[in-house]
Design a protein. Sequence first.
Length: 276
Amino acid sequence: MKVAINTLEAIAKTICGDDALMPYMSGPKLVQLFNAHGFNDHYPESVIGSRPKYTLERLKSLNGNDRLRLLVNYTFDPRHFIEHTTGPHAAAEKLNKYLKFDKFELAPDEDHFKIRGIGGVAVTFEPPTSTVELDQSYIQEQIKKCEKKIAENDYDGAITNARTMVEAVLIRLEKKLSSTPVEYDGDLPGLYKRVQKVLQLHQSRQDISDTLKQVLTGLVSIVNGLAGMRNKMSDAHAGYKPAKHHATLAVNTAKTLSDFLYATFAYQEGRKDGKL
């Protein structure tokens, strides 16, 4: 998370409590706050000049790092406002006037306010209604988690949930279409191949055009890519840290694939002839 200097100044003033929108924080409390987020300061020698100056300098050190988001989220914990004259809404409203220029916002999340990115996920995917007879609650939960984690800059987690969403879709389709018990061992490409077979999405079909065959081949690559991204970049393994556009690609691709698979299933159920 990286924001402009005037946004940092507004955050510093608000965190200190000097604008009365948040509880007043003394010098020792500020040192305690920043030490909990990676610093090793000592009071009073670390607080040179003034509390807002100290706070701004520490925020500058965190700018461009995910710890800035975590620190702001922590200060908006509703428990900090229990004995304050106002709740967190007024402080969030003020800071959002600055954050919007940095493409962020403080958004309500149950009883908290948390930093989220503005924009990001573009592809929409709604699991089918009950007429398709596939449980959608778990899949809908994964969709929300994907979008929330991208908004909160948790790109590792978004990739993990994108794969989990595709797994859930494939498992449910296989259960619906297969006459034998479904056993999933974590092999996502293998799971897709089984569903691909029962949905007749294989590229060797003679009754479809070459361009559609290329698209179907691309679906295999998508599944392999999602499995690879999760293994190399997600929070399940220590590896390359993904950027926002990597996570957005994974989530949007997972949504597109899931939507196509469900649409194909529904279409074939209607035709009962196994055609795309």
